[in-house]
Design a binder for this molecule. Structure first.
Ligand code: CA
Ligand code: CA
Ligand code: CA
Length: 345
């Protein structure tokens, strides 16, 4: 190989490396996922307004997923959730539960909107989360904060996933930013990463067991879900998911991260992430958000505040094996050398 050929060879390797890094920096639609189910004991009635309903208290958690060529596994769980509503908005909200028959629901009933969403259970979630209005199909949330009180340390293999109930290719758009500063006294974010997004109508829809039946529960008391105003509307859809890595947020490895916030697709930061802090500023958080896929229509599955980490590829393990073998040979050499020294003394 001539010097010129060598330079070309090195340049092509660098180009391949840059391409791979570029791929890692984009959010990626999840192509498959695995779950673990924890069966519960059925109970009902749980509230005066849902007297005829049974909740099976079953938790079905996402344990791993594949996005692009990377597999991820659960690595952490947030301990706090904050539901940010603008007081000028209506008090309506809407949630969904997977149903297994008339009046029988898979998950546990939740009496609090935030607690319903926090954790890892694809059997329930929120409906039209960021849609504003007085109708029953509105969630009236401006921002959802999922917080790791002790903070995380950003690393390149870290991923944050968002799951939406929906039909194939019509999943809802939304925006997301990492919380990089947190006031633990007042429980408010003080700094954000750059705002990132998933455009509407993403595909494919996923569901480990095919589409499922769900029932919508409506409420009109902000986060208080103890008394439903309606619970008869049903549907049949699947679950889609998207993973974001820290590269999407322009956050350097080693940076403390306190969790992330989700936003409707109409939220803007006008080029400054500081504008994401005040969710009551209607310049950046419109209070007229509609429930369309390009607005506030996302129907979150309750897989929120979970960090995932990329599972090293087999080739990396093989390389690690070679390295370990090398270390073992070096260790034997040192042991032999040391033994020799002992014999000499
Ligand atoms: Ca949806
Ligand atoms: Ca809004
Ligand atoms: Ca929706």
């Amino acid at each position: 190989m001539t010097a010129a050929q060598h330079r070309l060879f090195v340049a092509s390797l660098l180009a391949i490396g840059a391409g791979a890094q570029g791929a890692l920096r984009a959010q990626t639609v999840i192509s498959s996922f695995t779950t673990t189910t924890f069966a519960g004991s059925p109970n009902g009635p749980v509230t005066t307004d849902e007297t005829n309903f049974t909740f099976n208290n079953t938790v079905t958690s996402v344990t791993s997923f594949t996005a692009g060529s990377t597999a991820y596994q659960v690595s952490g769980t947030a301990d706090q959730v904050f539901v940010r509503r603008n007081a000028v908005n209506a008090t309506q909200s809407s949630v969904w539960y997977t149903s297994t028959g008339t009046g029988v629901f898979t998950a546990a009933h939740s009496e609090d909107y935030g607690q319903l969403l926090l954790g890892n259970n694809i059997n329930r979630g929120s409906d039209n989360t960021f849609a504003n209005g007085t109708g029953p199909t509105t969630g009236n949330i401006e921002r959802l904060d999922f917080v790791f009180t002790g903070s995380l340390t950003a690393n390149a293999s870290m991923g944050f996933a968002v799951f939406d109930r929906g039909a194939s290719s019509v999943h809802d758009g939304f925006k997301i930013a990492l919380i990089t500063g947190w006031d633990g006294v007042n429980n408010v974010p003080t700094a954000y990463s750059q705002l990132f997004f998933q455009a509407p109508n993403w595909t494919p829809a996923l569901n480990a067991g095919g589409d499922f039946d769900y029932t919508l529960f409506r409420y009109n008391a902000n986060n208080d879900l103890s008394a439903a105003t309606a619970a008869t509307e049903t549907g049949n859809q699947g679950i889609g998911g998207v993973v974001f890595t820290i590269g999407n947020f322009n956050v350097a490895p080693g940076t403390p991260v306190y969790g992330y916030s989700l936003f409707g697709y109409d939220v803007t930061d006008a080029g400054s992430s500081a504008n994401l802090i005040d969710y009551t500023n209607t310049t950046f958080f419109p209070t007229t958000t509609d429930g369309a896929t390009g607005g506030g229509g996302i129907d979150l599955a309750a897989v929120n505040g979970i960090t995932f980490s990329a599972i090293p590829e087999p080739s990396t393990w093989a390389l690690g094996g070679v390295t370990l073998a090398g270390l073992a040979i070096a260790a034997r050499r040192r042991a032999t050398s040391k033994a020799g020294v002992q014999t000499a003394s």
